[in-house]
Design a protein around this ligand. Structure first.
Ligand SMILES: Nc1ncnc2c1ncn2[C@@H]1O[C@H](COP(=O)(O)OP(=O)(O)OP(=O)(O)O)[C@@H](O)[C@H]1O
Ligand SMILES: [Mg+2]
Length: 420
């Protein structure tokens, strides 16, 4: 049995390398200085309460806490996941694989399936040179925040070349799976808006916390859902402290994910708090259309959802054609119009013209209060007549996009943008 040493965790320091490196599968992160997690809450308004997994009540407003993360041994996590058995695997991302395990609710000692609490164990890919850096950023940021819309980090393990993170288990997995996975049950409009509100509240918390944090990797695969479809943000591997001393932005190497990264950030390496708002606009567009931001399986003019959908957003008639047909028209037109206005404002090219995430939350709450009128659910969508219509893809209630798009096709929108 090996030990998981309390290896240090600390601040991300950015490189000022403006040349973006585009990669397709391997995650690359920035270098960082190393420090112990117990000191990672520097500058935080420490309430003295720990972000532990003992089920303590989390206030809705969220807070900065002294990290009190459990240090697991590799053996314990191996045991909790039954030797990382393939059938316990929940998914796989750039960092590595994620497994479902079971631990005692009090001591976190490994337990048998169904006994104690379920946890998600993220195990770094041993070939990834970036595993350590991502692991450190996750412990640094997530370890010190406690908020209902941020996934709870329970503990970690670092042993030789193995870096692991232990999170609360999110029963319904990622939003990405619900929106795009083949055979997934369609999510109703109200639930979609509820998810958007939760994710927006998570971002708003990060942006307004004492030291502004820019999340930098906002996307549907990083929004996890609990049993009641409450959304929580995961993956703080790219999170970065926001501008200080009255600055509007931080200059940094370009990292993130194609499709979601804000244009000003990709072009200049200038990262604004509002760069996250752009990513939010992209995800909201995915939520209402049920389409991935990038999908090379669509006709080339439609590869990029933002470019394709933007002209339809201000036009109510065109908007109806791009809304997810799996909603079967069961949504309030007024709410959809308001959502499309919100998306457009989040996607404004100039970050200054985008709303704050707090403003986004307010608008989403207004949208959620708009109910579907009974007759709206029966309205048929007119056939597409827009510039992108193509008879091959037409069917009732379907835009060319939807008809063409194979559900569950993993698109290249996950290709991270990395630079060093
Ligand atoms: N806490 C959790 N509870 C339940 N499932 C989880 C949890 N964390 C991750 N998963 C599952 O594991 C999958 C992979 O997650 P991971 O964050 O490693 O990669 P990703 O988000 O798909 O890609 P990326 O590496 O670009 O962030 C998720 O899509 C989700 O289905
Ligand atoms: Mg992720």
């Amino acid at each position: 049995m090996g030990n998981c040493y309390p290896k240090p965790v600390n601040n991300l320091s950015s490189t000022n390398n403006s040349s973006a490196v585009f990669r397709s599968d391997v995650k690359k992160k920035e270098p960082m200085i190393v420090k112990h997690p117990s000191t990672a809450a520097e500058g935080g308004s420490d309430s003295g309460s720990a972000a532990n997994a003992s089920g303590e009540t989390v206030p809705p407003s969220g807070r900065i806490v002294t990290p009190n993360l459990k240090m697991f041994t590799f053996y314990e996590l191996k045991s909790a996941t039954r030797n990382f058995r393939p059938d316990t695997m929940l998914g796989e991302g750039g960092f590595g694989r994620v497994f479902k395990g079971w631990v005692d609710g009090e001591t976190y000692a490994p337990s048998k399936v169904g006994i104690g609490i379920a946890v998600a164990v993220k195990k770094s890919n041993p070939d990834s040179a970036q595993g350590l850096k991502e692991w450190q950023a996750e412990v640094k940021f997530l370890g010190k925040f406690s908020h209902p819309n941020l996934v709870r980090l329970i503990g970690y393990c670092w042993e030789d070349k193995e870096f692991l993170l232990v999170y609360e288990y999110m029963q319904k997995g990622s939003l990405e799976n619900h929106l795009f996975k083949k055979g997934a049950e369609p999510i109703p409009w109200n639930t979609r808006i509820k998810i958007a509100i939760g994710a927006a509240q998570g971002l708003a918390f990060l942006h307004t916390t004492e030291k502004t944090v820019i999340y930098r990797d906002f996307k549907s695969s990083n929004i996890l859902l609990d049993g009641e479809f409450n959304a929580k943000l995961s993956d703080f591997g790219l999170a970065k402290l926001g501008p200080a001393n009255g600055e509007s932005h931080v200059s940094t190497g370009v990292v993130g994910t194609y499709g979601y990264a804000a244009p000003e950030y990709i072009a200049t390496g200038h990262l604004y708090v509002k760069s996250d708002v752009y990513g939010f606009g992209v995800v909201l567009l995915e939520i209402i259309t049920g389409l991935r931001v990038l999908d090379t399986n669509r006709p080339s003019s439609q590869h990029n959802l933002v470019d394709w959908a933007r002209p339809s957003l201000p036009d109510r008639r065109k908007l109806r054609k791009i809304i997810d047909p799996r909603l079967e028209q069961d949504y309030p037109s007024k709410g959809a119009n308001k959502a499309s206005e919100l998306i457009l404002s989040c996607l404004e090219p100039d970050p200054k013209n985008r709303p704050s995430m707090e403003e986004v939350v307010v608008i989403l709450e207004e949208i959620s209060a708009i109910k579907t009128k009974p007759k709206e659910a029966n309205v048929k969508t007119p056939r597409s007549t827009g510039p992108h219509s193509d008879r091959r893809y037409q069917s009732a209630n379907q835009s060319p996009f939807h008809a063409r798009n194979g559900r569950g096709v993993r698109a290249d929108n996950r290709s991270p943008i990395r630079s060093y």
